[in-house]
Design a protein around this ligand. Structure first.
Ligand SMILES: Cc1cc2nc3c(=O)[nH]c(=O)nc-3n(C[C@H](O)[C@H](O)[C@H](O)COP(=O)(O)OP(=O)(O)OC[C@H]3O[C@@H](n4cnc5c(N)ncnc54)[C@H](O)[C@@H]3O)c2cc1C
Length: 472
């Protein structure tokens, strides 16, 4: 990273005030899976929206790139500035107040740097629910969640982050504050700017706070782990359960046998609910805001599913500890994957009708490169979202396959495109998938995106190199 002009650095530090800046740490400049390393050395950490606005104004005047950063858990290098770029990291780590919780409005207003788990806990303390839930919830921030339009395990019932947001406060690229916090559920008054900022991955401004929708808390729940014969059987099971249990279904996750083998290898202390690991299984969670005897309903529905050969067995949690054990298996899968080291990781979505065929076709396609490649295919199958990760054979390393990475990526993405899917379901584009967006994105959509970026950020200071191709 090239150094900032001395006067500019001095001005920015003065605006940020005491405790308002620091040197970048390893966490700030390294992508979670270690695939990218960035260069920004100065991290600005405003304590208030007004200070953040003053910093953005000064950067706008100097046309200095700004890279917003939250919990640094993003998986597409959105917060990793390129090494030879001058700029600053603008962190929300001191914007950590929960400004309001209103039970009547069913609304919580959180500043952007509040860790997701703390938003959930604040809602729970008022006997309400904020349903966004993902394995990184102990470190990711609500600002990062909005900026990536995060998905997670309860999209099936509550939608993506976008569906959970009522309003947004943000600093636009010219330094002006957008005052969009609102408890309103209906507000058709012109363009929906909040929905431009949600999912923009920090390319259109800095989100400083959000009004979030709260739901009735869960009073009755039931979690089950069910081995299934195949992904097709998993989808048939989902369809049957949706007819029988409707909106009680809050999560429906696919786990592959390969994922359970990785867990055995790298987290042997985790109790494996079913032994030996089944080739495929699903985690099902039901939840209700009123007492509905969900365990009984689940037992009855899953017994029918066994009779119809949709599932091979079912472990239904009998206690909170057992429930957590089942979820812990699912949530440790990305961590085990990181320890094994993937050659390529895909976060794709497909129409549900194509999902089983995709897996059937993609696995041999990838193994054409090397029959011993290991594939851990898992994820939010109820939303058509698969994490399809390709690993080296047991005695090899991912770096042995560097020369084949691009070809494997193209083979899988071409298939996804052919089947009407998306090359990025929930992680976003960041810097990692800019070329895929160019290749697979609708040309008109790309033109509109470039026009919006030019209109709101004419000098391209917000997160240059992320999402939008820098040559556009
Ligand atoms: C173990 C693990 C599991 C995960 N599971 C899921 C999952 O199930 N579903 C899912 O969707 N994602 C998942 N992720 C990805 C990640 O957690 C999410 O993308 C999360 O929303 C990122 O939040 P963050 O605060 O860490 O953002 P960061 O990583 O800091 O930033 C992400 C992007 O948002 C921008 N940004 C951050 N804060 C702001 C802000 N206030 N204003 C404007 N731009 C901003 C950054 O510039 C960057 O482009 C997982 C990650 C890990 C490590």
């Amino acid at each position: 990273m090239t150094t900032l002009p001395t006067q500019l650095q001095h001005d920015l530090q003065a605006l940020a005030g005491e405790g308002g800046y620091r040197d970048a740490t390893e966490r700030d400049v390294t992508e979670m899976r270690g695939r990218y390393r960035g260069g920004s050395t100065l991290v600005l950490r405003p304590k208030t929206t007004e200070i953040a606005a003053a910093i953005v104004s000064r950067c706008a005047e100097a046309q200095l790139p700004i890279i917003p950063i939250g919990g640094a858990t993003g998986l597409v290098a959105g917060h990793i500035a390129s090494e030879n770029q001058t700029g600053v990291l603008l962190s929300t780590e001191r914007l950590v107040n929960i400004r309001e919780i209103n039970s009547t409005d069913r609304q919580l207003v959180a500043e952007a740097g509040v860790i997701l788990a703390n938003v959930q806990a604040a809602a729970t303390a008022k006997d309400l629910l904020f349903p966004l839930s993902l394995a990184a919830e102990g470190s990711c921030t609500i600002g990062g969640n909005l900026s990536t339009n995060a998905g997670g395990v309860q999209v099936l019932r509550y939608g993506n982050t976008r569906d959970l947001v009522l309003g947004v406060e943000a600093i636009m690229p010219n330094g002006e504050i957008l005052n969009g916090l609102s408890p309103l559920r209906k507000n058709n008054t012109g363009y929906d700017i909040k929905n431009l900022l949600i999912g923009a991955e920090g390319t259109l401004g800095l989100i400083t706070a959000a009004s979030l929708k709260l739901y009735p808390s869960i009073k009755d729940s039931c979690t089950a782990l069910c081995p299934v014969a195949s992904p097709a059987a998993a989808l048939a099971l989902l369809s049957q359960l949706q007819h029988e249990l409707g909106e009680f279904i809050s999560a429906f996750e696919l786990i592959s046998g390969q994922g359970l083998h990785f867990l055995r290898e790298h987290f042997p202390q985790l109790p494996q609910a079913i032994s030996p690991p089944p080739e495929w299984s699903v985690v099902l969670e039901l939840g209700s805001s009123a007492e509905n005897e969900l365990k009984k309903l689940a037992e009855s529905a899953l017994t029918k599913a066994i009779q119809k050969d949709l599932i091979l067995d079912a472990v239904i949690s009998q206690s909170e500890t057992q429930r957590q054990q089942i979820w812990s298996l699912r949530e440790h899968i990305p961590l085990a994957n990181k320890k094994v080291g993937a050659i390529v990781s895909f976060d794709i979505s497909l129409p549900l009708s194509k999902l089983a065929l995709f897996i059937k076709t993609a696995v041999p396609k990838v193994q054409d490169f090397d029959g011993n490649l290991r594939i851990n295919c898992f994820g939010h199958v109820g939303d058509g979202n698969l994490h399809f990760n390709v690993f080296p054979p047991i005695d090899k390393l991912a770096c042995n396959y560097r020369s084949q990475q691009t070809e494997i990526r193209s083979a899988v993405y071409d298939l996804v495109q052919k089947m009407g899917g998306s090359f990025s379901a929930e992680h976003g584009v960041g810097r990692d998938k800019v070329s895929e967006l160019l290749q697979y994105g609708d040309p008109t959509k790309l033109e509109v995106m470039a026009s919006i970026k030019k209109a709101l950020d004419p000098n391209g200071i917000f997160n240059p190199g992320a999402v939008i191709d820098p040559r556009k």
